[in-house]
Design a protein around this ligand. Structure first.
Ligand SMILES: C[S@@+](CC[C@H](N)C(=O)[O-])C[C@H]1O[C@@H](n2cnc3c(N)ncnc32)[C@H](O)[C@@H]1O
Length: 496
């Protein structure tokens, strides 16, 4: 890994990590420490004066509200897009909202309160608004629908209020969706007037704001979405935030998290349930359907060929009634080898719902799930899981490799090169990354640059430390060197 010039002492970094944790709930311990340092460095370099002095003051000084507000943008991740998880929206419409609306109709109560917590720049909240309007159809005027959306980052909220979005907010092939709800404005798309001003955006820190909060209508909520944020929190802050959020639910309300946040809920003592591929908590702590220790579908029989292959080596493990974390992991890996993707998903769900998983274990689970989606040619889902992995550990190269391979498979060479570029920043001595970079550059007509990457790969291959080769999937060092030499016109590999 490339080492940056020290900009603050380990003691200062420790103090800064503690402060970010205390005030924002964000966990920059372990592997994420390097990411904290990178963000602090960028922040310090934007200040007037000597960056290291500024950081020293930040580490030893007190942080008041104004200081926290100034720092928030540096530590928050603005990754979101419209209908980020279509399956979640479908589940919500079918299993939660439609029946709830019907019960309210029957009781003559035409009210609904919905909250997108940690809404970022508003894509999730608008997606909810559009979905609710569709569900209510001609009855819309009759209902009082309150849609609240909160985030800690005031500049994200200001963008959300404007409702004006670039291409990056629309990641799926959704021309019909975009033209229905948005109008073109230069290179961007603005939410059409009939949907503007219908969401109340408010600033709220999930680790500090008291909940429930009747003054802000954060109480009696029928649906809370809090997704892809608690995964950045430490277990203790996630647990406190979950307790607060759950206390805001109406008796029929649910709180929807992402799958990767299921373990944080279990660790905090909540018993939730799977809402399709996502994890939900009901009001009062108990999910209507308690999480099965291991869904029966995972008790698979290996396919004959895989079974034969394995029988000569080891006995296939008996499937216990309540598998351990290790057994669940093994099930997921074996199911992936066998191409049994539904089983991969169920085993990983059960794994992710285990309490006490480390961020690294969650990272590995995200990667495995991404691989499974990629093998099913479901690129959007694979990308989503890769993003989760990268959020959990931005300094780990493996996710960038998969991202590059996925982009390459889709024919998106610039995206593949960008992912390889990030990988090489983190692991500059990775022969396979140089090799792939060389191939892609040559494919796009940049022969000289491509050859340079291939020569670099060759040079690195002289070093025996690169056996086995990372990301080579069975390809040996000598084979790769021969490939490079062939591509370079039988030019022998340069000495190291
Ligand atoms: C990756 S985005 C997720 C956005 C959206 N929920 C989604 O799933 O697409 C994470 C959001 O959490 C917000 N956030 C981080 N820490 C927070 C905190 N302590 N309180 C409230 N929001 C926070 C960030 O500002 C960012 O907008």
């Amino acid at each position: 890994m490339r080492q940056a010039e020290p900009i603050c002492s380990p003691r200062q970094l420790e103090l800064l990590a503690n402060k970010v944790h205390r005030h924002l709930g964000l966990d920059f311990s372990g592997n994420r420490r390097a990411d904290l340092l990178r963000r602090l460095r960028q922040l310090a370099e934007k200040q007037d004066g000597e960056p290291s002095l500024w950081l020293e003051q930040l580490a030893f000084g007190d942080w008041d509200d104004a200081q926290i507000q100034r720092l928030i943008p540096a530590f928050t991740v603005g990754e979101t897009y419209f209908r980020r998880d279509p399956e979640a929206f479908e589940w919500l419409a079918r299993q939660h909202l439609r029946p709830l609306l019907q019960r309210r109709r029957e009781a003559g109560q035409y009210r609904l309160r919905v909250w997108s917590a940690a809404c970022c720049t508003g894509e999730e909240a608008y997606s909810l608004l559009f979905m609710l309007d569709e569900l209510l159809g001609g009855e819309r005027e009759r209902w009082t629908v309150e849609l609240l959306a909160s985030d800690i980052n005031g500049s994200f909220l200001a963008r959300a209020e404007q409702g004006c979005y670039g291409q990056n907010a629309f990641r799926r092939n959704e021309e019909a969706f975009r033209s229905r709800y948005f109008q073109a404005e230069g290179n961007a798309w603005r939410v059409r007037p009939q949907w503007r001003g219908r969401i109340r955006f408010l600033q709220h820190n999930l680790t500090a704001g008291p909940l429930p909060d009747p003054r802000s209508s954060l109480i009696g909520v029928d649906l809370i979405l809090c997704r892809n944020v608690l995964m950045y929190f430490s277990a203790e802050h996630a647990s406190a935030a979950l307790r607060g959020l759950q206390a805001c639910l109406s008796p029929e309300g649910i709180l929807l998290l992402s799958a990767v946040e299921a373990g944080l809920a279990s660790q905090a003592g909540f018993s939730g349930f799977w809402a399709g591929s996502n994890y939900a908590l009901a009001a009062g702590g108990q999910g209507p359907r308690p999480l099965p220790a291991m869904p029966p579908a995972v008790a698979y029989e290996p396919t004959t060929s895989a079974k034969l292959e394995r029988e000569s080596v080891i006995e296939p493990p008996a499937v216990p009634v309540e598998p351990s974390r290790e057994q669940l992991w093994q099930h997921a890996e074996t199911a992936l080898e066998q191409g049994r993707h539904e089983l991969v998903r169920t085993a990983l769900q059960a794994y992710l719902a285990q309490s006490g998983l480390t961020p690294n274990q969650r990272y590995e689970a995200c990667l495995l799930q991404a691989r499974s989606w990629a093998e099913q040619q479901r690129s959007a889902e694979a990308r989503e899981w890769l993003q989760r992995a990268q959020a959990l550990d931005p300094a780990e190269p493996q996710a960038y490799w998969l991202q590059a391979m996925l982009a390459r498979h889709e024919g998106d060479v610039p995206a593949a090169l960008q992912a390889l570029h990030k990988l090489l920043y983190l692991a500059p001595e990775c022969p396979m990354a140089h090799f792939q970079q060389g191939l892609l550059l040559r494919e796009t007509g940049r022969r000289q640059a491509g050859d340079k990457s291939l020569r670099r790969c060759c040079r690195l291959l002289q070093d025996e430390a690169h056996e086995p080769l990372q990301f080579a999937e069975g390809l040996g060092r000598d084979q790769l060197r021969k490939l490079c030499e062939q591509l370079l016109g039988d030019e022998p590999c340069p000495p190291s």
